[in-house]
Ligand binder design. Structure first.
Ligand code: FES
Length: 174
């Protein structure tokens, strides 16, 4: 996912800072970088699920590390988003087991149905479709992650149903 020029309102409020400090309390005071992954999750959750460069710089400041140390982590893991994403992000696994069982076709089908390409978001801001590496549910291939949940043994019919449920507000993300 490429870097975005979109503007993001940064709001590290007292409540978020409290959660960050709680995470930091698990590590020695001079090893704040150890908390980078969970801190990024917290900060991303509190900022519409994406991390602008400015926000990554803020995280670096809080953890007293160099910005590049944050950039290299954010750009490596697909769970961190570097541009605004849709309310519902379909993360299709495209690694071996899922690929063998048709993940690529399903992702193409989903993109076509939503009128977007992989990595894009629908104009109404509802859906984003991305391909990711193995999510550890290989026995239930093909599968995707949607919010905190896995949708497994996917078929076109199941994808249709998931999209409809999202549109009708029937899908929990957390
Ligand atoms: S290959 Fe898809 S979950 Fe592992």
């Amino acid at each position: 996912m490429e870097i975005s020029n979109a503007k993001q309102v940064i709001n590290i409020d007292a409540q978020l800072m409290e959660r960050i400090n709680e995470l930091l309390s698990h590590y020695p005071a001079d090893k704040k970088k150890s908390a980078l992954l969970p801190v990024l999750h917290e900060v991303q959750d509190a900022h519409d699920n994406w991390l602008s460069i400015e926000l990554q710089d803020k995280v670096a400041e809080i953890l007293e590390i160099k910005p590049i140390e944050v950039y290299e982590v954010v750009s490596f893991y697909t769970m961190y988003n570097q541009k605004p994403i849709g309310k519902y992000m379909f993360e299709f696994c495209r690694t071996s087991c899922c690929a063998i069982r048709g993940a690529e076709n399903l992702m193409d089908y989903t993109c076509e149905k939503l009128g977007i390409k992989e990595g894009e978001t629908t104009p109404d801001g509802m859906f984003t479709v991305v391909g990711v590496e193995c999510l550890g549910a290989c026995g239930y291939a093909p599968m995707m992650q949607l919010g905190d949940y896995y949708k497994e043994n996917l078929t076109k019919e199941k994808v249709d149903q998931i999209i409809e449920d999202c549109r009708n507000g029937k899908v929990n993300l957390h």
